[in-house]
Every structure is written in C-alpha cells, then in structure tokens.
Design a protein around this ligand. Structure first.
Ligand code: DQA
Length: 144
C-alpha cells in the first residue's frame, strides 16, 4: 500500500507568489502543492495538502493525522517560533515529522532562530525554497 503523507502549511503561506517574493520565491502554494503531489506519485507516496492561518486548526489536523497518515511534512510559518501547542500535538501523535522552511531562518532575524517544532522533528530542511518540500518527501520515501 502507498504511504500517506500529510503536507501542512501554516499562516501566510497561502500568500506565496505575492508575499515577499525575494524571500519566499514567486511560486504560489498551489504550484508547490502540485509539485509535491507529483513527486509523491513518482515515489509511491499519496500526499494530502492542508493550509491554515489558525493555530488550533493546525493542531486539529495533526491530531487527526493519527491513524490516517504515516508521516507529516510541515512548514509551520511563524508558529514555528511561538507554538507550544503545535510542539505538544506532534509529541501526542508521535508520527514522523519533517519541518520545512523556504527561507534560511538562521540567516534572518534572531526571533526566527528558535523553533518549537525542531525538537520533535525527524529532520529539518531550510533555505532551499520549494525544493525543500520535495526533498522532505524523498527522505520519507527512504525512511518509512
Ligand atoms: C517560514 C519562515 C518563518 O520565519 C516565517 O514566519 C514564515 C515562513 C519559511 O518558510 O521560510 O512564515 O516558515
């Protein structure tokens, strides 16, 4: 049976294409999701995509992943740097998680240097733009 991966994107990532293209690139979230779904098909992974601007909704998606998905790829957006609730949700479900950021958060403002998600992630990819999401899927294809 194909592995099932949930791709979660957090706040403001629905604005990709318009939002600070010099930092986040010119592709829309729909463009990126299509690429990840296609990459999944070539790897035998079924990818489901969700985006929310609401912290609690992301927590609910993580909780509902239990029993329905084998792993989660997440770009938590700004909640990376603030959300104990998302950290706790990952600990609660215990699914493998890969954290992705389009930008290199370590070359940016100091408030972006801390992640609440990294301590509960199997791996972290940042600074490689949309390629990072596809690399996350390839890593999961080897690890799952
Ligand atoms: C981001 C980096 C975060 O610091 C920021 O708040 C985002 C996007 C990235 O993909 O580079 O919304 O997660």
């Amino acid at each position: 049976m194909a592995h099932r991966v949930l791709l979660l994107n957090g706040p403001n990532l629905n604005m990709l294409g318009i939002r600070e293209p010099a930092t986040y690139g010119s592709q829309t979230l729909a463009d990126i999701e299509k690429q990840v779904i296609d990459e999944g098909k070539s790897l035998g992974i079924e990818v489901t995509c969700k985006q929310s601007n609401i912290e609690g909704e992301l927590v609910t998606y993580i909780q509902q992943a239990l029993g329905n998905f084998d792993a989660i790829v997440i770009n938590p957006g700004a909640y990376t740097h603030t959300s104990v609730a998302i950290h706790d949700a990952f600990r609660a479900v215990g699914l493998p998680v890969i954290e992705v950021h389009l930008s290199n958060i370590y070359t940016r403002e100091a408030f972006r240097h801390h992640s609440y998600v990294s301590p509960v992630a199997m791996g972290v990819i940042c600074g490689l733009g949309a390629t990072g999401y596809r690399l996350a899927l390839r890593a999961l294809a080897e690890k799952l």
